[in-house]
Design a binder for this molecule. Structure first.
Ligand SMILES: NC(=O)c1ccc[n+]([C@@H]2O[C@H](COP(=O)([O-])OP(=O)(O)OC[C@H]3O[C@@H](n4cnc5c(N)ncnc54)[C@H](O)[C@@H]3O)[C@@H](O)[C@H]2O)c1
Length: 271
């Protein structure tokens, strides 16, 4: 390892189990010399296996429901105490669709569920950034990354209201990226990741077919959670200092490919 995050302090949201993208990010950040706190919703802490990760990376776990202002403030304050100073990087790896979970289609959204989805999956990034800004918790040139999906730009019918949540998430990243960049030289980006087999990913209807289709269309194939973790490390490092307010596609080329010979083969099999 090159220890490119040596001396950096972070907060990692969203490691539920070893399939979680955040889990891999935590392992890679640890291998690259960073120290960080881990956080998840109290219920997820009870159901998941985050303590194993905390042990293997020497991290403290601090509960935070991302819809709670007081939890967010406590997380950031405690993280600075535990880590001994201001924060250099944050991974926002949080998403949940109540309508998908309860079997409601996009044409029949339950708006209470929709509000909750937007709060958990998008407004939480604003809450995180607002709280960090207020507490002046992030060092100059600090880097915040939130994970998103291309359904923010193109229609994937079964992605449901999560598509709207991701569009909002990306917009918040740009808007706050401007203000935080101007005031404190903090950078904020979203990484738009390939379909990945995780608890959140597999909850989307038809996930397996879609995963195979994306694999067949992308010239490099789907990016794995491990690949995503390495990209996050790069974005947290000083080698990407001038990148901010971007939505960065990390998808093996999927986003800019119209058609591929592999997809043509699938079409022929179905003829
Ligand atoms: N898996 C994919 O195909 C894929 C593709 C692109 C982007 N993403 C995004 O990557 C991120 C991580 O998802 P993942 O695929 O690793 O799945 P995951 O299920 O492992 O992670 C989602 C996390 O969100 C947490 N969470 C949900 N509600 C919360 C709340 N109220 N407070 C705090 N945390 C809460 C969950 O506990 C879980 O740890 C999400 O934003 C997801 O949309 C996933």
């Amino acid at each position: 390892m090159n220890q490119i995050l040596k001396g950096k302090k972070g907060i990692i949201f969203g490691a539920l189990d070893p399939n979680s993208i955040a889990w891999k990010v935590a392992e890679h950040c640890h291998n690259e010399g960073a120290i960080f706190t881990l956080t998840n919703a109290p219920i997820a802490l009870r159901l998941g296996t985050i303590n194993q990760l905390a042990e293997s990376t020497g991290s403290v776990v601090i509960p935070c429901d991302v819809t709670s202002d007081s939890d967010m403030e406590n997380l950031i304050t405690e993280s600075m105490k535990v880590l001994g100073g201001k924060i250099d990087f944050i991974l926002h790896s949080v998403g949940m669709s109540l309508n998908i979970r309860k079997g409601k289609s996009y044409l029949d959204l339950d708006y209470d569920f929709t509000h909750k989805t937007l709060d958990i999956s998008a407004i939480s990034l604003h809450r995180l950034l607002k709280t960090a800004y207020k507490l002046d918790a992030i060092n100059e040139w600090g880097s915040v990354v939130a994970l998103t999906y291309i359904a923010a730009q193109r229609i994937f019918p079964d992605y449901n209201e999560m598509a709207d949540a991701k569009a909002l998430l990306e917009s918040i990243s740009r808007s706050f990226g401007y203000h935080y960049g101007k005031a404190k030289k903090v950078r904020i980006n979203t990484i738009s990741q390939s379909p990945t087999r995780t608890t959140a990913g597999s909850g989307v209807k038809g996930f397996d077919s879609f995963y195979d289709y994306a694999e067949a269309l992308s010239p490099l194939g789907n990016a794995s959670a491990e690949d995503c973790a390495q990209y996050c490390v790069a974005m947290f490092s000083d080698f990407t200092k001038m990148v901010t307010m971007q939505n960065l596609f990390h998808d093996g080329g999927f986003s800019f490919t119209g058609f591929s010979s592999e997809v043509m083969e699938i079409g022929k099999q179905n003829d």
